[in-house]
Every structure is written in C-alpha cells, then in structure tokens.
Design a protein around this ligand. Structure first.
Ligand code: ADP
Ligand code: MG
Length: 882
C-alpha cells in the first residue's frame, strides 16, 4: 500500500508488515498455448485442470538413455489451449482488480520462454484483449460514476498523492485544455485501430462493494527494464537538437532521425519503504480507452526504441502500473475531502517478463550478448530471491533476500516483503524444441508456489456517515422540486435559489419618484428595504443556528457511527480468526471421519474373518467331538472284547489243562491196567510152567512192583494212583449199606455256612489222610475249596474209591468231582443257576443225584469226551453222552 504518512497521525494502522499474520501462497497459474504447426511434436499434456505432464521428446529420450521420464507439475489452475482470454481473466486478474478497488495492492506477472504467449496473455490482440486491457476496463466500469474531476488528485514526486482544492484543479484543467498537443479524453471515438475492440461490451464486468462515498482517480505508468536500466515509456521527451543521438550503450543510432534515446530512471524508497521509480510519469486517465491509448503510446515508443537501438523486445521486462487513488467525500458528499491523510492509494502492477531462456539459445553477439547476460541476470536474481524467501519461510531462517541485485526484484520487494496478492501466469509452448527450457520454467514455478505473501488486510476508508453522495444528490433534487413548486421560473430564466428566496420577501413599494418634491417614495422605499434587511438578517441567523445544530447532530452521529464501525471491524477480525479456527477444526474432523470410516471398514473385514474362523472352529470342534466319541466307543468295545477274550482264553486254557490232565491220567491208568493184566497173564503162565516144579510156592509179585511199594504207601492221596490195584477193579457191595467214607477236609477250608452239606454217615473225618483211616474205608472224599473265575468260592468234592494195593497199602482212585457253588443272586443274575445244588426242586431225584450214576458217567466220559470235567456236575440231559 502506498499512502501518505505526512502530517497528522493517520487514523488507520500503518500498512507495513501490519499485525496481519495471515499469509497466502503466491498463486501460480499455467497457460498452455496451442502448437504453432500441426505436425510439430508436442511434449506437454494437460491431465487435469491443475496438473500438466511433460514427456521428453523422442530424440531426447534416445540421447539421454531414458533419463528423462514423464514428469507432472501441479498449479493452482491449468489453462489449456482452448482457454479464452476472458476465462483466464475471470480466474487470474479479476480478484486482483477487486482488491485494488478495496485498497489492496496486487502484482501479476507472466513468466516463460520467448514465444510461449506471455505478451498474448498480458496484452492480447484486437478481438482478444489480454489481462491488462480487461483489468483497466473492469476498474473503470466499477468506479466510473464516482471518479473525481481531473487534477483533484495530484501525485507528488515522492510516490505520494495530494488533494488539490477545486480552484487549483480547475486551473490545471484549463491549462491542459489549452495545450492542443495533449489529446483529449477519447470519450466516443477510438483513436488507434490497433487497440480497438480489445474487449467486447458484453464481456464488461464490474467489482462489487465499491464505496460510493469516495472519489476515485486512476493513474498509469509504463516502464521498461532493459539491461537492468529502467526507462519511462510515457515520458514526453522534448525535442533536443543539441543532444547527440546515441543510445545508452554508447552505440551510434542506425539512422539519423529525431529519435532521442530515453534516459534511465532510478528506484527510490518512499517514507513507507515502498519502492518507486523516481520521476516516472504518472498519467491520470478517466476511461478505458484513454488508459489504453496511453499504454499504446508507450508500446509504440518501446518499439521505436528497440528498433533504433537494435534491441530485442523479448529481452526486456515491461511493467504497467495502475494506481488507484481514493479519498472520502466531504460531509456534504459534494467534494473530495481536503485531507491528505485520508487519501488511499493502491496499485496493481502488471509485468510482462523477458523470455526465460538461457543465453545460449539466443543468437546474441557482442554487446547484445552482454545485454542478454544481464537480462538473464535479473531473472536469475528473481529465482534466487524466490529460493531464499522459500527457504526462510520453510526453515525459519533469516537469510537476506537479494532484491537489490536487480531492478526487477527491487521493484517487487514490497510485494514479497510487505503485503499484497502476488500471482504468476506461467506460459508454456508445448513444442518439443522448448522441452528443456520448459522443464526449468516448471521447476521455478513449482518453487514459487511455495512462497507465501502476507494477505492484505481490509481497511475501510470511511470517516463519515455512509451514503453522503446519495443523500446530497437526493437533497439537491428535493430542493429543486420544492422551488419549482413554489414559483416556477421567471420569464426565460432558469429558477435559481436566489430568485425563489427574493420572491418570498414582501413586495417593494413603487419606487418611481413623481417629482422633486416627492419625499414619500424614497423614505417608504428605505423603510421597506430596511425591513427586508432585518428579515434577511433574521433569516441568516436562523439559518446559521439551524446549520450549527444540524452540524453538531451530524458530527455526533458521525462519531457514533465511527466507533460502531471500529467495533464492527474488530468483531470482523475476530470472526475471521474464529472462521479459520472453525475451518481447521472442520478439516480435522474430516480427516478423523475419514480415518474412522477406514477403521470401521477394517473392523468389518476383521469381523467377517473372525466369523469365518469361528464357523471353521465350531465345525472342527464338532468333528473332533464326534471322532472322540467314536474313539471312545471303539475303545470300550475293544476293552469289552479284550475282557471277553481274556475270559474265553482263561476258560479254555483251564478246560484244556484239565482235559489234558484227565486224559493223561486215564491213559496212564489204562496202560497200568494193561500192564497189570499182562503181568498177571505172565505170572499165570509162569505158574503153569513152573507148577510142576514148585507147587507150594506162593505166586510172586514181579520185582518191579515190589520196588514201587514205598511210593504206594504214601500217605497223601495222589490224584492219579501210581500203583495198580491188587485185584481187579470192582466195587464193594453197596447193598450192605456199610459203605464207609474217609471225609478229608483240609484245615485251610473256610466254613461257608452252606445249607447243602454232603451227608456221609459214619464217615471218618480227617484233616489229612492217613493209611489207617483209608484201610478202614472203601470211599474217599476230599472237600476242596477254590476261587472260581467269577470270584466266588466254589467247593469241589473230589470222590474216589479206596483200593488195597498188592503191597498191602491203600490207593485211591478218583472217580468223580462234585462241584458246589454259591452265587450272589444279584451280581450273578446272568450266570446260570446251579439248580441241581439248590435246596428246593428236584435235585436228588434226577439221574444225576445218584453218586453212582454220576461216577459211571464220569468214567464213561473219560474216553475221548470233549467236555471238560466241570460239566460232569451240571447235569443237563442233552449234554450227556447217550
Ligand atoms: P512471448 O510474449 O512469450 O514471447 P507471444 O505472446 O508474443 O509470446 O506469443 C507468440 C505468438 O504465439 C504470438 O503470435 C501469439 O499470438 C501466439 N500465441 C501465444 N499464446 C497464444 C494462445 N494462447 N492462443 C493463440 N495464440 C497464441
Ligand atoms: Mg513478449
């Protein structure tokens, strides 16, 4: 902001690095121009409205061995080849114009290689006006009715703005009008067809919120920076015939025309540390056409200078500065307030930079090479400044930014250091030839986007109640209407306020003097005039009183309003802060929401996975259980089977053991009998043979028999008789009833309390068998106890017959085993009951009850019977051998 700080303390805050902490990045836009020729190779593709993609041209790719890949660059916005000048203006320059109208500064520059469309973008051509004519047009469309009369605002020579009083301004205007050389404002006609139709009327636009209680004036300056020299393109060079016609570099001119080489200007810093070109022409313009005409004059001058001085226009920077001065109207709303401190000046700087290509690309030679080097130097400095700025901002460093190294950057210093909006349009030509240069442009542009510039703050310039202009207008209209109502105009005269007031006084008496002696008319006239004078005096007093009163009321209201406005301003600031905070929080919420959505989604997936796994687990568990059950079943089956098998095995083992024993015994007996029979026969034969010789000799037992006698006399009965009986086997007569038993009950036997006891009358009871007892008896019974397979005690009565052995001893031949068994009726329910041994029923009556029968059966069964000995006592008829 360039404004006055002279005199009284300004009511507003000083603009330099104000308390404003809000910053905005430099707005970088990219514009891609169409290819020149159809068959040219293209190396740029617009892939979205913010991104472009560069791809190396074919030749380059082959050379660099694929070193250059496709690269993408993003900008605030990308404008493709079909973008119109109007569309570009809407996005890029319109906000800057709005800013300048609201007292904020702006800088807009185009950057790019020569031929990329910088000038086309900034200036344009007839029918296709660029950003510059459009900006001017918008400014004038907005402030048109509120412009101050020419020369009311007057720039001083220190980059300030003064307000002239009405009279001085009028005098200046008259002076200007008298100078025929200065062209008048072209209100209706278009002077130069070159800038005709830059903007079509339907494209005209206007800023909102223009303060109608201010007065405005536009000033333009146009400078060129070439070889680090500043030239004023609007300077009116007086024709100086004495001055030699040399250019600044000391080279003589091409031809000897009246061309006067321009003098370079210097940069200065004003009181507010703003840079300005000292002594630079600032032309006040009142319309778009006039402004553009001034611009065109500068352009022409530039062209001529370039031709005359053999310069290349693409190597110079051109800067067009639009200054807008605005000041509030006075309390009446009639004139600009005569207070320098109330003047606000904002400016929009439109810069068409030189081509950014390196020197090697231009065919510059000699002094032109030097110049070109310098031109490159300014762009280099611009790059360095941007780099340092970025580094300072990003790393918090405080390096010195080398603005002073070139005029261009020095002029821009205020924008980067102070406040204002900075925008850059990067122009690119998509042709393959420009590829490498375009890459450099892109890198610079990307870097520039990272630089931030302080946002300009709002500063309303109002010091009085708003709506002054309108109120004044309305008042004037109302007054005119009322006066017209009162009297109407005099003949041929326009109704003036004076006329109307005169009419409101009492009429004058006739003032024609009838004669020299007429001393009535004059005194009457004097009296009437005095009366009028008195009335007038009274009216003036009344008027003054009312005016003063009104003034004080108005002032009071003004101060009220001012304080309210200040308050509103304060609140607005606070609101802005709150808004920012809110926005930040909103962003945070958005981010968290996105995150939570993501997490929810993940949870969902995990839930689903868990469900699947659980299902799997359940089914597997189910299977496991069923398998376990099956295993259990199989195991118990196996155990049962084992137990059964065990039983069967022990049973059959026992059975067969007994069977074997029995058979062996039987065989032994049989063999012994046979032996005995043979012995006997042999004896008889011997007796027959020897009868005659020794008739009285007693038959002798064979020696073999004699040897065995001691064995036969063994007291313990052996289950198998070892010695043959003395006489052939025959039973003692039972009929006699004198059957005697040796009842052998070993001491170890347990008394089982059985009901059924063997009844043996006159038996000899022994614990251990003795020869004595046996010799007296012919029957033997052993009561033997043992544990059966089911765990019950079973009693066996082993019966036998006592034989007298030849040796005079006793032998027992076992004939029968009777088994008595007790059973637990509950535990052994599945077991067969030994009905034969039960106390009731028919046990003693069957064939089996008879011991004799039993024994015969036993004997009969001996030969080849399959049945085990145990079965002999279980008298099932079917099991009996027929
Ligand atoms: P620079 O100023 O960057 O050297 P110019 O603006 O002079 O480039 O453009 C070179 C040529 O290309 C001009 O003839 C111009 O009309 C043309 N041109 C540039 N940009 C465009 C565009 N966007 N559309 C059509 N023509 C263009
Ligand atoms: Mg150009």
């Amino acid at each position: 902001m360039i404004r006055q700080a002279k005199g009284k303390t300004p009511r507003r805050l000083p603009p330099k690095k104000a308390s404003n902490s809000q910053k905005d990045p430099v707005g970088v836009y990219c514009r891609v121009r169409p290819l020149g020729a159809e068959d040219e190779e293209c190396c740029i593709e617009v892939i979205s409205n913010t991104t472009i993609q560069l791809h190396a041209p074919d030749g380059l790719k082959a050379n660099r061995n694929g070193e250059f890949k496709e690269t993408q660059y993003s900008f605030k916005k990308v404008f493709g080849i079909k973008t119109t000048q109007g569309e570009l203006f809407e996005d890029v320059a319109k906000p800057l114009v709005e800013d300048i109208i609201h007292c904020k500064n702006g800088l807009l520059f185009t950057y790019g290689v020569t031929g990329s469309g910088k000038t086309h973008t900034m200036t344009g051509s007839p029918g296709q006006g660029g950003l510059l004519p459009r900006s001017l047009d918008m400014i004038f469309n907005s402030i048109g009715p509120y412009q101050a009369k020419r020369y009311v605002f007057k720039p001083d020579d220190k980059n300030g703005m003064e307000v002239q009083n009405q009279v001085d301004a009028l005098l200046d205007r008259q002076k200007r009008d008298s100078q025929t050389t200065v062209p008048k404002t072209p209100t209706t006609r278009r002077i130069d067809p070159e800038f005709a139709d830059m903007i079509s009327p339907e494209e005209a636009c206007k800023a909102d919120g223009v303060d109608e209680d201010s007065s405005y004036s536009v000033f333009v300056s146009y400078i060129e920076i070439y070889n680090n020299y500043i030239y004023d393109l609007l300077e009116e060079t007086p024709i100086d015939p004495i001055k030699p016609k040399w250019n600044v570099a000391g080279t003589p001119l091409r031809n000897n025309t009246e061309f006067i080489p321009p003098q370079s200007k210097i940069l200065r810093e004003d009181q507010n540390h703003n840079m300005y070109v000292a002594g630079c022409t600032e032309v006040e313009v009142k319309s778009t056409e006039e402004a553009f005409e001034v611009f065109w004059r500068g352009q022409k001058k530039r062209r001529i200078a370039n031709t005359q001085l053999n310069r290349e226009s693409s190597r110079s920077h051109s800067v067009f500065i639009i200054k807008l001065a605005q000041a509030p109207l006075d309390a009446d709303g009639d004139n600009v307030l005569q207070d320098k401190n109330q003047v606000n000046v904002s400016q929009l700087c439109l810069v068409d930079l030189a081509g950014s290509e390196r020197t090697s690309r231009t065919r510059a030679e000699g002094s032109r090479l030097r110049e070109a080097g310098n031109i490159n130097q300014s762009l280099m400095t611009l790059r360095t400044c941007i780099e340092v700025l970025r580094e300072n901002q990003m790393c918090g460093t405080n390096k010195m930014v080398p603005y002073r190294d070139s005029k261009v950057t020095h002029l821009f210093k205020n924008y980067f250091d102070g406040e204002g909006k900075v925008r850059m349009v990067v122009c690119v030509n998509p042709k393959a030839d420009d590829y490498e240069e375009t890459l450099l442009v892109m890198r610079f542009a990307e870097m520039t986007q990272e630089v931030e510039v302080a946002r300009p703050v709002d500063r309303p310039i109002c010091g009085f109640a708003a709506g002054r202009r309108q109120r004044n207008q309305a008042f004037k209209e109302e007054l005119t209407r009322r006066l017209e109502e009162r009297g109407g105009p005099l003949d041929g005269e326009s109704p003036t306020v004076l006329n109307q007031l005169l009419q409101s006084f009492p009429p004058l008496p006739p003032c024609e003097i009838s004669g020299p002696n007429d001393d009535v008319t004059l005194p009457r006239l004097i009296e009437a005039l005095e009366k009028r004078h008195k009335i007038r005096q009274m009216m003036i007093e009344e008027y003054n009183k009312t005016a003063n009163m009104l003034k004080s009321v108005l002032q009071e209201q003004d101060s009220n309003l001012l304080s309210k406005e200040n308050f509103i301003q304060e609140q607005r600031g606070k609101l802005g802060e709150k808004d920012k905070m809110l926005q930040n929080q909103k962003n945070e919420i958005d981010r968290l929401e996105k995150k939570s959505k993501m997490l929810e989604y993940k949870i969902d997936i995990l839930q689903k996975t868990t469900n699947i796994y659980e299902e799997d687990k359940r089914s597997l568990q189910h299977e496991l259980e069923s398998r376990e059950q099956r295993l259990q079943r199989e195991m118990s089956e196996k155990r049962r089977m084992e137990a059964r098998m065990q039983g069967i095995v022990t049973d059959s083992k026992l059975k067969w053991e007994k069977e074997c024993e029995r058979r062996v015994n039987a065989k032994q007996l049989e063999m012994q009998n046979k032996l005995w029979v043979k012995d006997e026969k042999l004896k008889q034969l011997k007796a027959i043979v020897t009868e005659g010789k020794t008739e009285n000799r007693q038959p002798q037992r064979p020696s073999r028999e004699k040897d065995k006698v001691p064995a036969k006399r063994s007291a313990s009965p052996s289950p198998v008789p070892t010695g043959p009986p003395v006489r052939p086997l025959h039973r003692r007569s039972h009929s006699a009833g004198g059957e005697r038993w040796v009842d052998h009950k070993p001491n170890t036997n347990v008394d089982l309390d059985t009901v059924l006891q063997p009844n043996l009358p006159n038996a000899i009871k022994v614990n251990a068998p003795s020869e004595k007892a046996l010799s007296k008896c012919d029957k033997y019974v052993l009561t033997h106890q043992e544990v059966a397979s089911d765990g019950e005690i079973q009693t066996k009565l082993i019966k036998g017959e006592v034989f007298k052995t030849r040796g005079g001893g006793q032998a027992v031949q076992f004939t029968d085993i009777e088994t008595l068994k007790q059973e637990n009726p509950v535990a052994a329910s599945r077991k067969r009951r030994s009905s034969e041994t039960g106390p009731d029923g028919e046990p003693k009556e069957g064939d089996w009850t008879d011991v004799e029968t039993r024994c015969s059966v036993a004997v009969e069964m001996r030969a080849g019977s399959n049945l085990g000995p145990g079965y002999q006592h279980h008298g099932y008829p079917k099991r009996r051998k027929p």
